[in-house]
Design a protein around this ligand. Sequence first.
Ligand SMILES: Cc1cc2nc3c(=O)[nH]c(=O)nc-3n(C[C@H](O)[C@H](O)[C@H](O)COP(=O)(O)OP(=O)(O)OC[C@H]3O[C@@H](n4cnc5c(N)ncnc54)[C@H](O)[C@@H]3O)c2cc1C
Length: 468
Amino acid sequence: MTPPSTTRPALADLRADLAGLTIYDDAPSLRMHSRDFFWFSPVLKPDLEGKQADLIILPRDREEVARVASACARHKVPLTVRGGGTGNYGQAVPLEGGVVLNLTRLNRVVWARRGAGRFEAGANLLDIDKALWPQGQELRMHPSTRAQATIGGFVAGGAAGAGSCTWGQIDNLGAVTALQVMTVEAEPRIIELRGRDILKVMHAYGVNGIITEVEAPLAPAHDWAERIATFETLKAAAAFGQAFTECDAIAKKLVSIHDPGIAPYLRRLAPYLGQNKAFAILMVSEPQGDELDRLIAEMGGAITFARGADEARAAAFGEHRDRGAPGPLYEYTWNHTTLHALKVDPAITYLQLRFPPGRNLELLDWAEETFREDVIFHIEFQRRQGRVYHSSLPLVRFTTAERLHEIMRLAEEAGIQASNPHTWVLNNAGWKRTDAPQPEFKRLADPLGLMNPGKLLGWEADARAAAE
Ligand SMILES: Cc1cc2nc3c(=O)[nH]c(=O)nc-3n(C[C@H](O)[C@H](O)[C@H](O)COP(=O)(O)OP(=O)(O)OC[C@H]3O[C@@H](n4cnc5c(N)ncnc54)[C@H](O)[C@@H]3O)c2cc1C
């Protein structure tokens, strides 16, 4: 049903106000820009298929963004911001139609100095790292969707990724140092958030302001070499992952540990995964590769794939000379593991679990045993707030939504945190919630309740009351 706010006259008026901007309303564009990767979830898929925007707008600069924000406010048209569209929970799906504001043309490096940079929100993460490479710098962390995702989308919808084994999660204090946010009002305002105030819009799915610029600390760009190592069991591989992540003197970017059951889904890596072996996918500073290799041997592992930094970077930067070689190894980890599995078996889905520090290996043993029937683990090591532990995006052989909830409940009862990826509702995001006053900030930044409606519950009623 088309809500009253997206009536044809309102859209026509909005369009008239936005003469000169790039606007699409053809069927393929509307479909393409209204979807994300919600189809990873058999629970979300039937509900979100077919939800579409009425207009797609691609502003070129902040002035054009302000024109769109103002026009949406004046004509009361819903507005959903979009970056690379790689979210997994339908965060970027416009549930009530209206405008999808694609920010990918706001893609400039505003400035970069040693240790910090500021970027327009639509800048692609890989493009940022390519631009920083000549300076010997890079983003501290990126999701495995580095090639597709934007920095604004990562802040508004992501959590962690390659680099998190050293630098933690995006919501840790200091991981982002400033956000520039535009309000959706007849006269849009610019608000600069710093410190813990950043959490008001972080992981808020774009319900409370358009992020226009992101300022973040930068890391030294090491020459990252890649390794795959096999181990006899998941337990042995996980113990290695813990020990390697705890080796603070070795610079590393990725520590991803996989159950033998993952191997059949990573077809491109098949020559390196052995028969019925657990395995580790790793990125290490090339000058310290020997130390890593020694640790692998000491802990009973066997190196099956080693790629030097030049080749690894060529694979990541899309400058591959060897067309037969695998893509960057981080594209087999984090939620890319699910993507590969779905290509082999469409009945696979996934969950998001976080194991507590100190008990993470013990609880992994418990979880592997308890959920042996339908869950296959891969774990992603992180160093957060000075402690080493892991999260997991385990593959699940899907049967019912009830079973997914049962797994999450049992895990929670055992002390493992769950963040349900089978909901688009921000309030249900489990440990991914930032617990910052997001609704309060929405009253300030989106007083008419137009931004990404349906994602933050309990808000709409307040907004309507306020408007009466
Ligand atoms: C195969 C695969 C692997 C993935 N791996 C990871 C991973 O390793 N780690 C991880 O954290 N995530 C991962 N994800 C999820 C997703 O890729 C990341 O969170 C990514 O950072 C999202 O960026 P995006 O530009 O695609 O955002 P989008 O999907 O476009 O948007 C995400 C949310 O943010 C909002 N938004 C976007 N831009 C803005 C803005 N400028 N202002 C306000 N709101 C905005 C959107 O409305 C939406 O609600 C993965 C997804 C897939 C499909």
